[in-house]
Design a protein around this ligand. Sequence first.
Ligand code: C2E
Ligand code: CA
Ligand code: CA
Length: 700
Amino acid sequence: MRLQWRGAAWFHIVPSRFRAGGGPTSGDSGSKNTAKRQARRSRLAGVGIVVVLLMVSLFAIWSSQLAARAAAAATEASRQSQAFDRAAAAVAAEEALAHKYRLNPSVSVRADFNAASADLVAAFQQAYGDAGPEQRTLIQRARSRHDRYLSSIEEMFAAVDRNDTMEVSRIAGQEVDPEFNAIVVLVQGEADREHVVAMARIQEVQNLHDTVRGLVPLVFIIGLLMVAGLAAITRGYRKLLDAERAGALYASMHDGLTSLPNRTLMGDRLDELLKAGARTGATTGLLLMDLDRFKEVNDTFGHHYGDVLLRQIGPRLQTRLRSSDTVARLGGDEFAILLPNVGSLAAATRVADALQEALESPFHVEGVELEVEASIGVVISGRHGSDASTLLQHADTAMYVAKGSDLGVVAYESDTDTHSPERLVLLGELRHAIENDELFLHYQPTLDMGSGEVTGVEALVRWEHPTRGAVYPDDFVPLAEYTGLIGPLTRFVLNSALSQARSWVDEGAPLQVAVNLSARSLLDEHLPRSVEELLEAHGVPAALLKLEITESAIMADPERASRLLRGLADLGVEISIDDFGVGYTSLGQLKNLPISELKIDKSFVMTMHEDTSDALIVHSVIDLGHNLGLTIVAEGVENAEVLEHLSAYGCDDAQGYHLCRPIPAGEIDQWLSDRRGGRAGEDWGLRKWRNLATELFAQW
Ligand code: C2E
Ligand code: CA
Ligand code: CA
């Protein structure tokens, strides 16, 4: 990750529309709320159902009690009504039999009369039992009238038996008939009333029956609704459970922070793709991406910024991917990208390049602009492995090589694999080589283009391997860089170079020595102190040491690099920017750094005589560098033609095989004296070249 200088500060505050919002957390809380709502609704529905059930059962109890009471009342009313009907009938029978006796007295009529009157007494008895207090008074009144009636009847029957017609008529007219009429009025009245009451009670029962019959469908419908409600609740719960299960499954397969697939899901998908590929022959690409120096975002701005940044990575990458591709977060700042049917390694590498490009525009994290870079390891199925774990391991190795070498994108090669047995051996041997002085330095001079004087030499490390022979720095410096051996290596080179510088001082021909620093050395905060101690230890003036740092090493962390370079410059050491032009630094970005020299990368210099755009780049770097007061060195000068061009453009110093190859220190003295001897005769031809080149440039 490159926290680039943007303007004068680490970051600028940008409008709040860039502030990160939404994201998986808000989605999470949304689904949590829905689940809560669903649970509350289910609980409410449950309580509702209980209430409805309670109401229905209360209704059933209430209606059955009401019906029982109404039925009891109706039964009682009808019994009473029957009793009074019986009484009325008995009264009528008494009257009829009394008449019959008057006309035709006989024992049987008399017996019948007595039976009728006993029946009436029994009817009164029956009615009295069920009667209310008022009715009881009435019955008692009727009874006493009946008693009087009976005694009058006794007298009347006696008169009949005596054939005393006068007396019979008198008793009948004065006693029997009035009593009888009063009894009839009482009994008949009560019979009619009881009949009305009984009818009313029966009507009530009927009404109740109708009401209940009307309520039954309602209760049935309520029951149906309840069943439907229960079904809905059950369905709701099932849905809730399903959602929870799906949520848990999702969580186990996705990264909580970014919601991207996690290592497990990525592994599953890779397995599937490899299985399918084994049948169809399709090639799967796997990219392993690690953000560079992500830790520094966390350290500088806090974890919140890091989190927000991580959330933005997936969507940014997806803009360059097909919908069938998978971006997964494996953890920390490590991502994996699955490319189904990618076709070839070249195609997979192109995707990786596109992803790097996608990360180029800055990320906006809550008002802070952050620039991100990543290292990507590329593998494809078949060529780099046929199972997920081998592919992942190889992609990991390639990614580490990309990181260590600042290459950005690296496709897996078995010989860059430090985990391959051969690499592991080499690593072990390098450690051993540093300790056992198998390493030594070659020196390559740099010449002033105007005077042809040697301005200094660059120390280049060499390894004479006991069995492999010469091993070149490009083969082991990157290895050292990402394994922690770079510290001891740098120390060895500094120590040897300063010791040599001291020898040249002692010989009376002091030479400035340039030492290359790796990007990792810039992370070592003790470097200025170590350099100071070594200068002191060898008694070499600081001005005789130059440190070459690549622009990409500085841009990896400009603030830290600036601090460190200032510490070194304060010692009096000269700082040179190496391999200038291959990075993306503008000269403006370098103007605040304590540097005095730019070395134009040899990739432009070597071809500038045949490639006009390279020539143009070299020319403009020279012009702009001069405007900033910097000395410009061209490295990789391989022929006279290039030297002529450089001379025409006003380049200050030159270095390259055409002038001198890197050679052992012992040969430098020889070379120097040869040089001086030769120069007297040919004046290096530099002036001539410069004139010629100026002419050429004017035409061009
Ligand atoms: P560099 O710093 O750019 O060093 C220049 C490289 O270009 C050297 O390769 C040198 O031999 C080569 N070179 C010089 N003139 C020409 C030329 O005219 N044409 C071509 N094609 N090449 C030329 P070398 O020695 O193999 O070093 C390669 C790289 O290894 C160096 O690139 C530097 O980045 C690194 N390196 C070398 N020594 C050290 C060291 O002591 N410490 C660190 N950290 N890195 C080192
Ligand atoms: Ca160099
Ligand atoms: Ca260089």
